[in-house]
Design a protein around this ligand. Structure first.
Ligand code: CAA
Length: 380
């Protein structure tokens, strides 16, 4: 396994770093204070080719590999984990399912708009009573001629209040329990009976829009069914493979930012007549953080490389997400500790990293779910 970036990947890294520093960093504080969704960045990321990195050029994308996609989320998340998750959800679970499972008509209709940032994508799986146990969903879809009628609600939908299309899941066969009776649909936000409900006030990731979406006799044309009836759960799971690498990369960005801030501060802040980093207690914290960041990087880029080669990698992806999200939480807690009292204030960025990190252990499958995936694979 070679972990040296190609010239194209290095260019992606430089371009995203420059973009994040020049165009995202200046609005991070405002997003924190107002929880405003940065719609203008979607257009801009579309212009830069970031909204469809792994999508073929024939469908409006940049036709680059998963490593380039992961580089982008990693670099964006060092500056703003909010922008990192917007891009990750849009691409991996908002767009790729249509590319992988859509008909040619569906691909032509939706993918170019998503890949260029004209549309923003979202993914609607979770419901109030079905989170980790995703296949127990209650949202119903009943066929009525050449339409389906959907009723139910989905919660915690990232990008949900802003998206133009949703890859959503509903039960078409109530007699089939669990995963078998679930079907996927492409929902457009102006379909009759679709509405956006409560917007969550979250611990972190301010600016990222997390809402409930509601289907009340929502009429969806049969041509918007994604895949066959009953295939929905597999579509959801298959795409969480790409989704979870994205969250691993977001976690990696947060962990690395925490390490960078803590290292700089430990060199600059003096107490007892010397920089605080000269104390072994702090130096060892930095050593542990740096080791975790390196390990998270290797797991995450290794998973991306397996995807580049089309190798099934659910276990490696789950390991990357499990480890990197824990590394982000640990590193951000330690960064607050290095900053001391200042770290606990909103004048410094480390408390934001701490609040942003926690959800990485929760969404797109909790750490406990990742362990189920890994252990089932080992014991199969
Ligand atoms: N690819 C294709 N098919 C898959 C698959 C995969 N990766 N994983 C499972 N399947 C298939 C199985 O083969 C099985 O099919 P058969 O019955 O034909 O063999 C079917 O799906 C059911 O699989 P399981 O029996 O393993 O299903 P389960 O009910 O035991 O659930 C689970 C497994 C791993 C716990 C799963 O429910 C899960 O991942 N839960 C977590 C849900 C989750 O991640 N939600 C995230 C929401 S999205 C989000 O957070 C986005 C955001 O906004 C940030």
């Amino acid at each position: 396994m070679e972990l040296v970036f190609t010239e194209e990947q290095k260019m992606m890294q430089k371009m995203v770093r420059d973009f994040a520093e020049k165009e995202i960093a200046p609005i991070v504080e405002e997003m924190e204070e107002t929880d405003r969704f940065p719609r203008e960045l979607i257009k801009r990321m579309g212009e830069l080719g970031l909204m469809g990195i792994p999508i073929p050029e024939a469908y409006g994308g940049s036709e680059m590999d998963y490593t380039s996609y992961i580089i982008a989320i990693h670099e964006l998340s060092k500056v703003s984990a909010t922008v990192g998750v917007i891009l990750s959800v849009h691409t991996s679970v908002g767009t790729l399912p249509i590319l992988s499972f859509g008909t040619e008509e569906q691909k032509k209709k939706y993918v170019p708009k998503l890949a260029t940032g004209e549309y923003l994508g979202a993914f609607a799986l979770t419901e109030p009573s079905s989170g980790s146990d995703a296949s127990s969903m209650k949202t119903r879809a009943v066929r009525d001629g050449d339409e389906y009628i959907l009723n139910g609600s989905k919660i915690f939908i990232t990008n949900g209040g802003e998206a133009d299309t949703y890859v959503a899941f509903a039960r078409t066969n109530p007699d089939e329990k669990g995963s078998k009776g679930v079907t996927a649909f492409i929902i457009e936000r102006d379909m009759p009976g679709f509405s956006v409900g409560k917007k969550e006030k979250k611990m972190g990731l301010n600016g990222s829009n997390t809402v409930e979406i509601v289907f009340e006799d929502c009429r969806v044309p049969v041509e918007n069914r994604l895949g066959e009836e009953g295939q929905g759960f597999k579509i959801a799971m298959a795409n969480l493979e790409s989704g979870r690498i994205g969250i691993a990369a977001q976690s990696l960005g947060i962990a690395e930012a925490a390490l960078n801030y803590a290292t700089a501060y430990a060199k600059e802040r003096e107490q007892f007549g010397k920089p605080i980093g000269q104390n072994q207690g702090l130096g060892f914290k930095l050593a542990d953080m740096a080791t975790d960041v390196e390990a998270a990087k290797l797991l995450t880029y290794r998973a991306a490389d397996l995807k580049n080669h089309g190798t099934p990698c659910m276990q490696e992806v789950s390991m990357a997400k499990l480890f990197a999200s824990k590394a982000a939480v640990k590193a951000s807690i330690e960064a607050v500790q290095v900053y001391g009292g200042y770290g606990y204030t909103k004048d410094y960025p480390v408390e934001r990293l701490f609040r942003d990190a926690k959800v990485c252990e929760i969404y797109e499958g909790t750490s406990e779910i990742q362990k189920i995936v890994i252990s089932r694979n080992l014991l199969r």
